[in-house]
Write a protein that binds this ligand. Structure first.
Ligand code: TYD
Length: 209
């Protein structure tokens, strides 16, 4: 089973995922975790290019393609082989980030992006996507405090409002794949919800097998 986490900056993905993994491993699952951009040796090099403050000339289409290059490598090198072995794969961001950030945030053509994403992933979609949903101002306060930590952090609040709204539109388009978690609460409460949702999906899947 392939599970992805999505959400704007400060939604808590990076805190929540390791806690979920610990819980699942204790329950006997073999879990492979990964993140985007990056997650492979080649992908991590691409990540460095994407995040580097010095790359002020980077064009938005270049950015889109670099995200997809990192993703294509990750899908072939890590995600597909792990799923084939029956492992659980959990990714901190995946294709929906491109649609939310480059599509809704930067307002690039969504249909074109969907096509490029399909090419990069070879059509591989998550079985379950959790949206850690947090108020934009709260997320930005949690994450940045003062200023951005890398080149991709230089966006304004309006941008993140569009991204958040975009995520909700993606949820509406595919409600069976998504679960929205209210990430404005305490980390413990959020983790409890995440575990409940994932546990429920895993037991449904095991029943079907
Ligand atoms: P990162 O430091 O990993 O942030 P986070 O902890 O919020 O995931 O940086 C990833 C940044 O890249 C984040 O701002 C979202 C952005 N991004 C896109 O714009 N498009 C994409 O396809 C992906 C995967 C990420």
């Amino acid at each position: 089973m392939f599970i992805t986490f999505e959400g704007i900056e400060g939604s808590g993905k990076t805190t929540q995922i390791p806690c979920l993994v610990e819980f699942l491993e204790q329950a006997g699952y073999t879990v492979v975790t990964t993140r985007e951009p990056g997650g492979t040796a080649i992908g991590d090099q691409i990540r460095n290019i994407l995040l580097d403050f010095n790359n002020t000339d980077m064009q938005i289409r270049t950015e889109v393609l670099l995200f997809q290059a990192s993703r294509a490598q990750l899908v072939e090198q890590v995600i597909r082989p792990s799923l084939a072995k029956g492992f659980l794969v959990i990714s901190d961001r995946y294709a929906d980030s491109t649609l939310a950030y480059q599509g809704y945030g930067y307002q690039l053509d969504l249909a074109q992006l969907q096509e490029i994403v399909r090419f990069a992933t070879g059509g591989l979609k998550p079985d379950l996507t959790l949206l850690l949903d947090v108020d934009v101002e709260e997320g930005l306060r949690r994450r940045f405090g003062g200023g951005g930590k890398n080149r991709l952090d230089a966006y304004d609040p309006d941008f993140y409002h569009r991204v958040r709204q975009g995520y909700h539109l993606l949820v509406q388009a595919e409600p069976q794949r998504w679960v929205v978690i209210d990430a404005g609460r305490s980390p413990d409460q959020v983790q409890r919800d995440i575990r409940r949702v994932v546990h429920q999906r895993l037991s449904q899947k095991n029943e079907k097998q």
